[in-house]
Design a protein around this ligand. Sequence first.
Ligand SMILES: *Cc1c(COP(=O)(O)O)cnc(C)c1O
Length: 410
Amino acid sequence: MTTREECQDLDARDPLAGLRDEFVLTPGEIYLDGNSLGPVSHGVQRRVSEVIDREWAQGLVRSWNAAKWMEAPLSLGDRVAPLIGARAGEVLVADTLTFLLAKIIGGSLELRPERHVIITDAVNFHSDLYIVAAMARLVGRDIVVKTIDRDTLDEHLDEDVALVMLTHVDFRTGEMLDMSRITRAVHEVGALMLWDFAHSTGAVPLDVTSADVDFAAGCGYKYLNGGPGAPAFMYVAPRWQGVLRNPLPGWLGHARPFDFESTYESAPGMRAYVTSSPSVIALGALGGALEVFERTTMDAIRTKSLALTDLFIELVEEALPGVFELATPRAHDKRGSQVALRHPNGYGIIQALIERGVTGDFRAPDICRFGFAPLYLRYVDVYDAVQILADVMLSCAHLDAKYALRLAVT
Ligand SMILES: *Cc1c(COP(=O)(O)O)cnc(C)c1O
């Protein structure tokens, strides 16, 4: 069994250890929920004050040009690009994830006008399921959305399929899918592939270029730490730029927005997918949050992420044998950066942990979800979190009647 001293030793040798100081963390709290909302970093604080106090307060309307606010959705996209294996000019930062999915789904259905099937995962995130169904209805021809067991995807792939939309790391279990293999299978029947990277970006290395992905999108507020409601990002492969239309066009995606023309003509490149005014303060926050990623590599983050999740699984199984069912795959190539433990009293367990300074979250019906963000978590945090979890379980603190009522955000 790994001891606390051994964990301290791992921290002392951790090449990412210095980055923890870049974050504003509450002393005494072990934050295992960066997969839901990442913490504030000093980069965010600096950049947001700069946007407000200098660019907005002093520059006022001049800052649209002088501070390059109009360029921010594209220049930030260029900074997200290396995290997903894309190149400059292939990523846009805008809106929030569900809106970007809508744009890609709506646009891609026009690219396969003779096909009428969209495939997605029956246990996909609910927002993805709602928006794909709504876009299918709006397109105005008979589109069928098939929600399948993703393990049976190959059986459903045929010449009727226009688009396959999958989330790369399952938000409940943390299972990671094989992006290259699935994209290849989808392309073999002439369909298009859209990946949702909500739980992947900033957590696992991604390579949309070598996997030949058509489209992808992800959140800014999870592992990227861009702040609550941070703008999202979308990737469009170069072969589809200028071809994929934005089904929600607005003035700032026009080729000449300040000519105020009454008919729409799309801007070239990724700017085509801009609809309306960029959220400049929020973009500033995300820009500040990306600074810390620019001081390391996704490979270094991945190495530590696997070590942290391995350690958590090992310690939980030793301290609490048979108490939980592990919902996260043990195989490294099938695991994202979270560990999900199933337990019928999951909600009470998470609430009892939060009261004791360990923040995770609960996902109905029975999942206790723990996210491991290598930029600011220490090995010793994993050790201490498991001790506290063992304490909760052995004292039955999670069965307290006060946890019978659920809060609005779990
Ligand atoms: C978090 C998450 C979303 C949320 O999208 P927003 O529209 O940005 O709130 C969508 N899809 C998945 C898979 C997610 O994990």
